[in-house]
Design a protein around this ligand. Structure first.
Ligand code: 5GP
Length: 211
């Protein structure tokens, strides 16, 4: 007897992008808390930790020299410079995890999304969150209160640039209601797991069914 969870499948790379302030972090946290099969891809960055951030949980905080070494050694699946800091996705444990059937959540921008898609197309599912309005976006950025005014202005400009890449994603969800947005995003994840090509255990299972 088999059920959906015991059939072997290849994991997927679930990319969640949005302009900052559109609720991406909240949706990502909920996914990680409620869905046991997906884990966060923890990026490396040269950005210093913000208050409350924990090394190896939020990011691997590394020096620029170490970052450059990883780039040169081919240890990153993709990388980008954002606000003057370097960010990248370590390769080894992702590749191994996908084989074992683990899904990974990526909180990366459109540059990283494009690079991952070019390299890992069949494993990648791209989801973009839009804010209900620019005013709502700015309000969320200000309420967050962790960044100086000049940084917020830079983030607003960058938010608009991010939004302009909405058409490079497979799924787009407007986050006007957190619960509804979460259900939509989780629904995409659950459906994508059922794609025949990911269900590597199907051939044997169906063979058994047919006797
Ligand atoms: P923050 O400094 O606010 O944590 O992140 C700044 C931006 O860098 C966000 O848009 C985030 O999605 C992006 N980012 C974080 N990690 C990575 C990564 O590994 N690769 C790329 N390309 N972007 C990343």
């Amino acid at each position: 007897m088999a059920n959906q969870d015991t059939l072997h499948r290849r994991g997927l790379m679930f990319i969640l992008s949005s302009p900052s302030g559109a609720g991406k972090t909240t949706i990502a946290r909920r996914l990680l808390a409620q869905d046991t099969q997906i884990r966060l891809s923890v990026s490396v960055t040269t950005r210093p930790p913000r208050p409350g951030e924990v090394d190896a949980r939020d990011y691997h905080f590394i020096t620029e020299a170490e970052f450059r070494r990883m780039v040169d050694a081919g240890e990153l699946l993709e990388w980008a410079e954002v606000f003057g800091h370097l960010y990248g996705t370590p390769k080894a444990h992702i590749k191994a995890g996908l084989k074992e059937g683990h899904d990974f959540l990526f909180d990366i921008d459109w540059q990283g999304t494009q690079q991952l898609y070019q390299r890992m197309e069949v494993d990648v599912v791209r989801v973009f969150l839009l804010p209900p309005s620019i005013a709502a976006l700015e309000k969320r950025l200000r309420e967050r209160g962790t960044d100086a005014a000049a940084v917020i202005d830079a983030r607003m400009a960058r938010a608009k640039a991010e939004i302009s890449h909405w058409d490079g994603y497979d799924y787009v969800v407007v986050n006007d209601d957190l619960d509804r947005c979460f259900e939509a995003v989780h629904g995409v994840l659950k459906a994508e797991r059922l794609r025949r090509a990911r269900q590597t255990g199907l051939v044997d299972f169906v063979r058994t069914l047919m006797g």
